[in-house]
Each structure stands twice: as structure tokens, then as C-alpha cells.
Design a protein around this ligand. Structure first.
Ligand code: GLV
Ligand code: MN
Ligand code: MN
Length: 412
């Protein structure tokens, strides 16, 4: 008997991955597609055009999440959601997020072609601002959908240029005039997100699929150091209020405080801005980010709680402020979803292992409201958030086939 997965077309999926990579493509071969940007608006229009061709109905909401719905027999039942995100880091690759959205689109198209009836709708979803590089914290579309953050809080976030997320969303929705807008908070029957691993484990083992057990915890902070501008040639160092000198001392102290011999702690200062950033001016202000992650909830609390006292302990000539932006505890995905994905991978003869996610995903927030699972495929040398991010088309196909099987078992 034919199954939906027989209708998955690996070549079509690959061509779409390559086509979507053109929106925001960079000279280095990667993608720069900020959340809610003109580039993302264009990529979104491409998704909607494909949905049109397939016969899916597009919907959006007050956070500009995009849903492409394939109706089921009972339209009153909550849908099964499958997808990920299409925004990227500024120096991102072609597959982070996009793979999950396009694999889901392929599954929806395979259902259409197969003629297999769906008991309930499936919705292919592209969540708004997963990456959090333009508006922090990220994963805001899925957080709002799951009711974990308010629309007002999210709309008030500002990017580096001072634009609010609310204004940026309004611009996107103006392009989406013809797409019906639904209320934000909705119930979901379940959620499955396919994604590239963004780490080297699957590739090293030669295994095409990872059944994701859960996501490690994460805390993020913004630190600002306020000093005073002065002349580099005339002001004595003993009286300066040099924000950069203080910031460097804070970072050095934090690095040492969170260092672990086991190398499990992840501690990153990825954003660092000095102002006025001129060679002959004593730096008056520094703002930097802290991204701290750990799989153990208590350790994450303990280490994260060191940040403010250590940073503020360097108050002296300069003022120091610490704001926590996010505290997401580690989580374990629903056993029923992990079992289902493992069973369908095995039935499809694709080797699979259980694997923990070091990266964050929108699945984190869906996990709060419905049974949620994730599926990883390998990526080259584990490299991600980098233009050289690369995957094999065979792995892309394997992931889409297993996703299709899982969806069929849930709603077919
Ligand atoms: C998501 O992109 C993350 O930073 O984990
Ligand atoms: Mn991602
Ligand atoms: Mn990412």
C-alpha cells in the first residue's frame, strides 16, 4: 500500500532549498536574512506562492507567524503543526530553520499528491524571529503562540536601529494584505520540527537521523557599561572612566567563573559594541551580550546567578547594568513523540540515534502546549551559524520521508 512518504520528492525539496537560499544570499555562500526584513518578506512571498501552487491556505497572526494549512476531514480539530523558521543569523547558512519549513512543505505536498485523507488539518509553519539576532530574545513567534510572552512585550522590542518589532511586524503584515489574520493563541494537536543538527555527532557516526531527546537550558543577558568620553592624548589614565577597560575586566572574570573542566558549559559573548568607537577617544559606553547554556537546570541557575554580582562588582569609575533577557530551563520532549519518530525511522530502514539539542528551537515553546518532537539530520562538520553550513540531499530526503511517516501515523 502506498504511503505518503512514497510521494516525497527529494529533488523538488532540494531545488526549493536552493531557491530559498537566494533570498539574502551572501558572497560567502551563506544567507543574511534578518527577521521581519525586506529579504524575509520576499522569502515569505515565495513560500506563499509555493503554497498556492500546492493548494494550501495561508494564514498569519499578530506576530506574523506564517501558517500554510492543508485542511483535514474535521476542520474543527486542532491542527498538527510541522515547520521551523526562515530568518537567519547575519552570517548564517542556507539550512538552519529553512530545512524544517521546506521539509514540512514537501510533506504537505506529498499528502496532496497521495490523495490520502487527513483526519485533521496539518499546518506548515514558519515562526517569526527564531534567531533573535535582530530582536532579542528570539523565538518570539512561537513564544507568543504558546502564550509564554505577551504580544505587547514582543511588539515593544527594539532592534539596533531603534525599530520596534511591532513596527517591523506591521510592515510584514502590510505585504500580507491578502492573507487572513487569525487570533494568535491557538491550540495544536502536536508539533514536529525537523532541523539540521548544528553539531558533529550524526556525521561522525555516519547516522542519517537523530531523534531529539530535549533541549539544553539557556540564559541570556545584556550588560551595559557607562563611562565617559575623553581625549586619548590628554586625559590621564588614572582619572578616566573607560568603559572598555571595565567591560574587558568583567568578561575576563566571567570567563574564569563559569569555566568547567568537563567542557559542558557554553558561554558566549557574541555581540560587543563600543561607543563612540573612535581610535582617539576614550570609550564611553560598551554594550555586550551573554549567551549561557547548560543541560542541567540547577547548574544553569547557579552559573547564571553569578553574572550580575560579578559584573556589578566591577562598578567603579564606570556604572554597570545587567539585564537578563531570557531564562529557559532544559527540557525533555514528550516520550510519545520520541517513540513515534524512532519507530517510523526504524520502519523506513533509516538508522537513527537519540540525541540532545545544544541549540535552541521553536519546539521549546510548542513543548509547553502540545506533544512535541524534533528530528535532526547531519550537517557538514557540525558547522552552523556560518556561511559554509552544508547538508547532503540524501539526508534531507531521509528527514522528510520520516517526517511524512510520522505525520501520517498521527493524522492519516
Ligand atoms: C538558535 O539559533 C540558537 O542560538 O540556539
Ligand atoms: Mn534554527
Ligand atoms: Mn539558528
Amino acid at each position: 500500500m502506498a504511503t505518503v512518504s512514497d510521494f516525497i520528492d527529494g529533488e523538488r525539496l532540494w531545488q526549493r532549498l536552493m531557491q530559498l537560499a537566494r533570498f539574502g544570499e551572501t558572497a560567502e555562500g551563506g544567507v543574511d536574512r534578518p527577521a521581519l526584513s525586506e529579504t524575509e518578506i520576499a522569502a515569505r512571498a515565495q513560500l506563499v506562492a509555493w503554497a498556492d501552487e500546492i493548494g494550501l491556505d495561508p494564514y498569519t497572526d499578530s506576530l506574523a507567524n506564517l501558517f500554510l494549512r492543508l485542511e483535514g476531514e474535521d476542520s474543527n480539530l486542532p491542527p498538527l503543526l510541522i515547520g521551523s523558521h526562515i530568518d537567519s543569523q547575519p552570517t548564517g547558512g542556507r539550512f538552519d530553520g529553512v530545512y524544517g519549513v521546506l521539509a514540512a512543505l514537501e510533506v504537505a505536498e506529498a499528502f496532496k499528491s497521495s490523495g490520502i485523507a487527513l483526519k485533521r488539518a496539518i499546518e506548515v509553519v514558519a515562526w517569526t524571529n527564531e534567531e533573535g539576532s535582530r530582536f532579542a530574545p528570539g523565538m518570539m513567534g512561537s513564544a507568543g503562540y504558546a502564550g509564554l510572552r505577551s504580544v505587547e512585550t514582543i511588539h515593544a522590542l527594539r532592534d539596533g536601529a531603534g525599530t520596534t518589532a511591532g513596527e517591523a511586524i506591521e510592515r510584514v503584515l502590510a505585504h500580507d494584505r491578502n492573507i487572513p489574520q487569525r487570533s494568535l493563541k491557538r491550540s495544536a494537536f502536536g508539533y514536529i520540527e525537523a532541523h539540521i543538527e548544528q553539531g558533529p555527532i550524526l556525521e561522525n557516526l555516519g547516522i542519517p537521523l537523530g531523534i531529539v531527546t530535549g533541549i539544553q537550558g539557556k540564559r541570556t543577558f545584556r550588560v551595559t557599561v557607562e563611562g565617559e568620553e575623553n581625549h586619548a592624548g590628554t586625559s590621564p589614565r588614572s582619572v578616566r572612566k573607560d568603559a572598555l577597560v571595565t567591560a574587558i575586566a568583567i568578561i575576563d572574570a566571567l570567563q574564569k567563573a563559569v569555566w568547567d573542566r568537563e567542557d559542558v558549559v557554553r558561554f558566549t559573548i557574541g555581540h560587543f559594541a563600543v561607543s563612540p568607537n573612535a581610535p582617539s577617544v576614550v570609550p564611553a559606553r560598551v554594550e555586550f551580550s551573554i549567551d549561557l547554556r547548560h543541560p542541567d537546570a540547577d547548574t544553569l541557575i547557579r552559573l547564571g546567578d553569578l553574572v550580575a554580582p560579578i559584573a556589578k562588582g566591577h562598578t567603579g569609575p564606570c556604572a554597570v547594568e545587567v539585564t537578563q533577557l531570557l531564562h529557559d530551563a532544559p527540557l525533555v520532549f514528550a516520550e510519545e513523540m520520541r517513540d513515534l519518530l524512532a519507530r517510523v525511522a526504524s520502519a523506513s530502514n533509516f538508522p537513527a540515534i537519540e540525541i540532545a539539542s545544544g541549540a535552541g528551537h521553536d519546539a521549546r515553546h510548542l513543548h509547553a502546549i502540545c506533544p512535541t518532537g524534533m528530528l535532526f539530520i547531519p550537517c557538514w562538520k557540525g558547522v552552523s551559524h556560518h556561511p559554509s553550513e552544508r547538508i547532503e540531499s540524501d539526508h534531507a530526503l531521509a528527514g522528510a520521508k520520516v517526517l511524512a511517516q510520522a505525520v501520517e501515523r498521527l493524522v492519516g
